[in-house]
Design a protein around this ligand. Structure first.
Ligand code: ACO
Length: 323
């Protein structure tokens, strides 16, 4: 059986850091409120000249280096983003060009905060079907550019950044002992559109628009949807929370992460948390968290890693993989 194995990982964050205290005087908020409700203490904000493609390119280069590969080895780039440099062409094509790669295929995938999960599942399908052998999967965002900086209920929550992994086709025996993606489960339901959306777009207002969110409504659905797709991953593999070495959730809010881990019976010590220093970086949050935990030696080859995300749409999904 063909498996999609992680060969390299990378991350890139803008230099500029915005602390909670930097919002005081801008909107009516406080460090205490933000930390208590979200766990966020700071986020990185893209500076002049930094874009989703430039952040994605840096993360991609790191992932390629760690995989001991060059762009010549890659046959597919998928970039998960909701904040593309331009309406078109795709940010993935922009990154492809920045990497000096002029062969293969590159496209964007838009599933908001679930984008990286959707992109890994898509890359895995390409690899399993023989359509691709080595895929660069990127999650890159500049949410700071679609925030309403006068809206305290949303502007304190998000940050910018990019993460990437390289997946490569490898022969496995089809058992849970294989390295690579063991199972992926994706869901969406457009009935929830109004709870989290951007109030602009090329075909409606002709403007980029700003992020709008009914935070309490999102919160209400999040834990149930997250646990639903994780239970689907457990059912598909016969594995369970006790088998998991690392839980790497989408980093939206500390309370959602803690409540999901508690409901699933996943030990706190196995949960990778970056939301405190990255904020919510949407599709970039999982590859950024993976890169941090792999670089500092927590995630090791052979570890069982559980990923999940939920975001605008709503979209939600899980990936269970052996590193
Ligand atoms: N500073 C101070 N007060 C604030 C702020 C702020 N930044 N934002 C809201 N408030 C106020 C509200 O106006 C409200 O005041 P009121 O009672 O006078 O009306 C009060 O705080 C409580 O507001 P709630 O919205 O009920 O606060 P809640 O406890 O629900 O926390 C939060 C808000 C953090 C957004 C929470 O609902 C949440 O985490 N929801 C999930 C949102 C999320 O994670 N979204 C991203 C996930 S999906 C994705 O990643 C795209």
């Amino acid at each position: 059986m063909i498996r999609s194995v992680v060969r390299g990982f990378g991350a890139h964050l803008p230099e500029q850091i915005m602390k909670n205290s930097d919002f005081e005087g801008v909107v009516d908020t406080s460090d205490e409120w933000i930390v208590q409700r979200t766990g966020i203490r700071q986020r990185h904000i893209a500076g002049e000249g930094e874009t989703t493609a430039s952040l994605g390119e840096m993360a991609a280069r790191q992932a390629l280096d760690r995989a001991n590969m060059t762009p010549a080895d890659i046959d597919l780039i998928i970039c998960a983003t909701s904040t593309p440099d331009n309406t078109f062409p795709a940010t993935a094509v922009n990154i492809q060009n920045r990497l000096g790669m002029h062969h293969g295929v590159a496209f964007d995938l838009q599933a908001v905060c679930s984008g990286f999960i959707f992109a890994v599942a898509t890359a895995d399908s390409y690899i399993k079907s023989g359509l691709a052998k080595r895929v660069l999967v990127i999650g890159a965002e500049t949410f700071s550019r679609i925030l309403d900086w006068n809206d305290r209920t949303t502007c304190v929550l998000f940050g910018d950044g990019a993460g990437a992994i390289v997946l490569e086709a490898a022969e496995g025996d089809g058992s849970n002992a294989d390295r690579g993606v063991l199972t992926a489960h994706l869901r969406s339901d457009g009935a929830h559109r109004e709870k989290l959306y951007v109030d602009g777009g090329p075909s409606t207002t002709g403007t980029v628009g700003h992020l709008r969110m009914q935070g309490r409504e999102v919160f209400k659905h999040a834990v149930g949807m997250i646990t639903d797709v994780i239970e689907a991953a457990y059912a598909a593999t016969g594995l369970g929370s006790d088998d998991i070495d690392w839980f790497v959730p989408h980093q939206a809010n500390r309370r959602i992460i803690d409540a999901s881990a508690r409901k699933l019976g996943i030990d706190d010590a196995k949960v990778v948390v970056t939301v405190d220093h990255h904020g919510n970086t949407s599709a970039a949050s999982i590859p950024l968290a993976l890169a941090e935990a792999a670089a500092d030696g927590r995630i090791k080859q052979g570890d069982l890693v559980l990923l999940e995300a939920m975001g605008g749409g709503f979209t939600w999904g899980s990936v269970l993989l052996r590193w």
